[in-house]
Design a protein around this ligand. Structure first.
Ligand SMILES: NC(=O)c1ccc[n+]([C@@H]2O[C@H](COP(=O)([O-])OP(=O)(O)OC[C@H]3O[C@@H](n4cnc5c(N)ncnc54)[C@H](OP(=O)(O)O)[C@@H]3O)[C@@H](O)[C@H]2O)c1
Length: 261
């Protein structure tokens, strides 16, 4: 058994997830990397093993496939691995009108951003509580703080993640298990391309933060005892403003940042 804690990172093949894995390795964690892009995770794993002497396990998995959570849990059990830190990072967005966007793709977004996140937490959290140590880092977004017309499901999914994380954090007080909810604003990654947002005012008017900086702040919070983290001053201000404004005003402002193309 490795003396190092083990962190499972979903969506570790690119962007924020790859950097979360990197920061956790720098801080002495063995890793389980999960996503569909096996080659990219293998390459990252080799780099992290060489640089930090940690063990890296790569699991190629479409997390939206039926029974994915159960298969992942069984795979780790077969390898004798207990998860100390769970990073629920895998997720994607879609820009467009709810009635026009592909229905199946929208259901897949709810599956990945919400259902898979809850499923993995339910599978790996009891072990942490039993061992009286560990942590869960959920990646939400500044989208969590207001409704988002033309990205209605994405914003609602991230509001779920923030609400769920806030509640869990209180339920887990005194257990030795920390909960962090990381709420990035626009960040350099493949997200904007996948979501069809590269040409949106949200990404054009704001200089996206580096995924490395966002990941660093998330891990510092988790290892420091947890909490909600909004990286960057402008993002903090935006989230605060959204909370102060009437909900309909905040939602109309969000709509202006991502009009349907
Ligand atoms: N970038 C931003 O501006 C921003 C802002 C706020 C919040 N976020 C959130 O940050 C998180 C990470 O996104 P990112 O910005 O790093 O975008 P990204 O570069 O597109 O990364 C998304 C990750 O999720 C994985 N993934 C997607 N579908 C999957 C599936 N079906 N099964 C398994 N893994 C899957 C992808 O890997 P594979 O394709 O290899 O499977 C990839 O590793 C997301 O939850 C996103 O909502 C991003």
């Amino acid at each position: 058994m490795s003396p190092r804690p083990l962190a499972l990172v979903t969506g570790a093949s690119s962007g924020i997830g790859a950097h979360l894995a990197t920061v956790l390795a720098e801080r002495g964690h063995d890793l389980v990397l999960v996503a569909r892009g096996v080659d990219r995770m293998e390459a990252l794993g080799e780099k992290l093993k060489a640089a930090h002497g940690v063990a890296v396990h790569v699991v190629g998995l479409d997390l939206t496939s039926i029974g994915a959570g159960a298969r992942l849990e069984a795979e780790l059990a077969a390898r004798g691995l207990a998860v100390d830190v769970l990073v629920n990072n895998a997720g994607f967005g879609l820009r467009g009108r709810f009635v026009e966007l592909d229905a199946a793709r929208q259901m897949e977004m709810i599956q990945l951003n919400v259902t898979v996140l809850v499923d993995l937490t339910r599978r790996f959290l009891p072990g942490m509580v039993e061992r009286k140590r560990g942590g869960v880092l959920n990646v939400a977004s500044t989208a969590a703080f207001q409704a988002g017309p033309y990205m209605a499901i994405y914003y609602a999914s991230k509001a779920f993640v923030l609400s769920f994380s806030d509640a869990l954090a209180i339920e887990l007080e005194g257990t030795g298990v920390a909960v962090t909810c990381l709420c990035p604003g626009p960040t350099e990654s493949e997200f904007a391309n996948v979501a069809g947002m590269s040409d949106s005012p949200l990404f054009k008017l704001n200089a996206p933060m580096s995924a490395e900086e966002v990941a660093q702040q998330g891990v510092v919070s988790l290892l420091g005892g947890g909490g909600t983290v909004i990286p960057g001053f402008a993002n903090k201000l935006g989230a605060w403003g959204a909370g102060m404004a009437p909900r309909s005003v905040a939602a109309r402002l969000a709509a202006k940042m991502q009009p349907p193309s």
